[in-house]
Design a protein around this ligand. Structure first.
Ligand code: CP
Length: 306
């Protein structure tokens, strides 16, 4: 593995290698290891052309825990604002001896374009491209599911909300089906769930009760208002009534179901505070596990498998 651009086509044994390696970075109290020298002398460039709280920060922490030098390019203050192209930006940062680019971009495919133009020793990690893919989010979600449920082979996983605009949904569906999860459901209104997902082997539900009944894992997604046009956008109130996860709706799932969300959460839109902050929520452990999983991805693609 040289780059990590998508979970589509990522072999099952590679996913398990990443999860197992991440497991070696998590200590008994679920906190990741402090600092190891695997990427000492390497330069990791964080290029976030789209905003981020969790992904950018956990990549920075992960790279620092691996002893890399981390450079966070402030895109808004960079010469991209003067019209410098993406590939010229990359060429100039490569001239500063970059070893890895972690890229988030609003355009689907931008990390692929970069990967085609970097020198062979330079690695690219997709930190979210448009509505296409968010592979490290999916991998940290798989790590979280494995942590709480131990095994993928008997699970029912429901992904609920704005599926059509969600790179997280797409990346999770690829990872879950590769790992052999027998029932993956996508749940949401007709305007926000693409019908072609059935071809990916998932069950499409437009009724919340049907979608989450007896689920072991519920992954809630936010309405991506920034990617919607006119008629697609349901009002927050309408959406919450039909698809918002409340304690009453959660009671339809298995009693030990876990509730996940990639963040940022919109309380009272897709999730009730009583659920987001409740006993079954693993939303904040997901964030913590993201550090170990990103450490694993960076160490494996650098050829420094722990
Ligand atoms: N889950 C996620 O990608 O969050 P950020 O947009 O804050 O990075």
């Amino acid at each position: 593995l040289i780059h990590l651009l998508s979970t589509e086509g990522l072999p099952r044994d590679v996913i398990h290698q990443i999860l197992d390696t991440a497991g070696t970075f998590v200590s008994v109290n679920d906190r990741e290891v402090k600092k190891i020298p695997l990427l000492r002398g390497k330069s990791v460039f964080n290029l976030f052309f789209e905003n981020s709280t969790r992904t950018r920060t956990t990549f920075e922490i992960a790279a620092k825990r691996l002893s890399a030098d981390v450079i966070n390019l402030d895109i808004a203050r960079s010469s991209a604002s003067k019209g410098e192209s993406l590939l010229d930006t990359i060429a100039n940062l490569s001239a500063m001896h970059a070893d890895m680019f972690v890229v988030r971009h609003a355009e689907s495919g931008a990390p692929y374009l970069i990967a085609q133009h970097v020198a062979p020793h330079v690695h690219v990690v997709n930190a979210g491209d448009g509505r296409h893919a968010h592979p490290t989010q999916a991998l940290l979600d798989m790590f979280t599911i494995r942590h709480y449920k131990k095994d993928f082979s008997n699970l029912t996983v429901a992904i609920v909300g704005d599926i059509v605009h969600s790179r997280v949904a797409r990346s999770n569906i690829h990872a879950l089906t590769t790992l052999g999860v027998p029932e993956v459901r996508v749940v949401g209104p007709r305007t926000l769930v693409p019908g072609d997902l059935r071809e990916m082997g998932v069950r499409v539900c437009h009724d919340m009760a049907e979608g989450i009944r007896d689920a072991d894992v519920i992954i809630m997604l936010r309405l991506q208002n920034e990617r919607m046009s006119g008629g697609m956008l349901p009002s927050a109130g309408e959406f919450f009534k039909e698809f918002g996860l409340t304690p009453e709706k959660l009671a339809l799932a298995k009693p030990d179901a876990i509730v996940m969300h990639p963040g940022p959460i919109n309380r009272g839109v897709e999730i009730d505070s009583a659920v987001a902050d409740g006993k079954q929520s693993v939303i904040l452990p997901q964030v913590t596990f993201g550090i170990a999983v990103r450490m694993a991805v960076m160490s494996i693609i650098s050829g420094n498998d722990a």
